[in-house]
Design a protein around this ligand. Structure first.
Ligand code: SOE
Length: 374
């Protein structure tokens, strides 16, 4: 029997918990967890049933029983921690955005290639079975030459002036918030499905809630009443018009302040033969539009493309969602670490690609014009 992988988690917030569950389901052993202090690490270890709370992130990276480091800390520390883990010879799963600048993301991608280790970024929406189906329909020619791509990624967890989070602070989250946090998922997904590459962008970013409570609160937690406030330096909404290398026009609206939209990643890819629509809040279905009739494909482990069937781990009608995507992503990362092959694993190269798009979006919004994506 293959030896189980020893894994350490750095970061004990919401994503640290999501990673912990996925690691366990993938059959690896969580050796320990590190947090912003030794006492927080001990508290997280107790809460999550992990054997050890490390004194520091460095202690996690130095643990000889660990071969994979999961970096789940605020964005500004991704570069330092992922680089230290690669330098120590570990495989790395680093939360997105991989880094807060394209330059740092590039350094990480190059270091990962040089190290020969597996280094991945959780662009997990690639793991919805119906997303795999959409990609297969583009690849087998059912969609035809692309005419237009469009969509949005909308949330509402930062709608109120009392809502806050560490991400609003550029020093922790990076210069872009909504676009780097969720627009990045949309761009990764649509490029990956369509096989197109965005070549240039004109974008506009806006902060619609100027002031929010100060302090570092977990994502998706209740609003904070009273107390000191801080000016917000990062965008709540973003709109981008993109053009791909082959000339396909694409529009994207991104928001973290759209009432009623919880996690609505939605896209439409319009081809000469068919259009495809996918909605992350209704992920069991894929709408396939035709000129004479339209079809609604339903996730089913016994039907459709090989990749839909591989990732459809529950019977049809037994809803799969975000958690299963995350689990499949972590399981695929570990399979590739074991030397197996998996389609569509998002790597540090994809994280670097995403950082170049984010940098171009920021530059375009500042310059008020078209910018080439490096
Ligand atoms: C918060 O906006 C967030 O948790 C993102 O950081 C994730 O990447 C996205 O999957 C859901 O929303």
């Amino acid at each position: 029997m293959a030896e189980t992988l020893g894994v350490a988690i750095i970061g004990a917030g919401m994503m640290g918990e999501v990673h912990t569950r996925a690691i366990r389901l993938a059959g690896a052993t969580v050796r320990g967890i590190a947090s912003s202090s030794e006492s927080r690490a001990a508290e997280a270890a107790e809460r999550l049933g992990i054997e050890r709370g490390y004194a520091s992130a460095q202690a996690a990276i130095a643990d000889p029983s660990v071969s994979v480091i999961h970096v789940c800390t605020p964005n500004a520390s991704h570069f330092r921690l992922a680089m230290a883990a690669l330098d120590a010879g570990k495989h790395v799963i680093c939360e997105k955005p991989l880094a807060t600048s394209a330059r740092d993301a590039e350094a990480l991608a190059l270091a990962a290639r040089k190290s020969g280790r597996i280094a991945t970024v959780p662009f997990v929406y690639r793991y919805h079975p119906m997303v795999r189906e959409a990609r297969a329909l583009v690849q087998d020619g059912s969609v035809g030459p692309l005419q237009l791509m469009h969509g949005s990624y909308l949330q509402d967890w930062l709608l109120g002036a009392d809502d806050t989070n560490w991400r609003i602070d550029a020093a922790l989250g990076g210069a872009s918030r909504a676009f780097a946090d969720i627009g990045s998922h949309w761009c990764d997904l649509v490029e990956w499905i369509s096989g197109e590459r965005f070549d240039s962008v004109v974008a506009s970013l806006q902060t619609t809630v100027a002031e929010r409570p100060a302090g570092s609160v977990q994502s998706f937690t209740a609003a904070v009443k009273g107390g000191p406030t801080q000016m917000v330096g990062t965008e709540d909404v973003a709109v981008a018009l993109l053009r791909t290398k082959s000339g396909v026009l694409t529009t994207l609206s991104v928001s973290q302040v759209s009432a009623g939209r919880k996690n609505r990643l939605w896209f439409e890819i319009d081809g000469a033969k068919a259009s495809l629509v996918f909605d992350q809040e209704d992920p069991e279905r894929l709408w396939v539009g035709g000129r004479d009739s339209t079809r609604l494909l339903v996730r089913d482990p016994s039907r459709g493309s090989a990749e839909q069937r591989r990732l459809a781990t529950l019977p049809a009608g037994h809803a799969q969602g975000y958690a299963q995507c995350f689990e499949a992503f972590v399981a695929d990362t570990y399979a590739v670490i074991r030397g197996e092959t998996r389609d569509g694993l998002p790597t540090f190269d994809d994280g670097w690609r995403s950082a170049r798009i984010v940098d171009a979006v920021l530059a375009s919004s500042k310059a008020n014009g078209w910018v080439r994506i490096a």
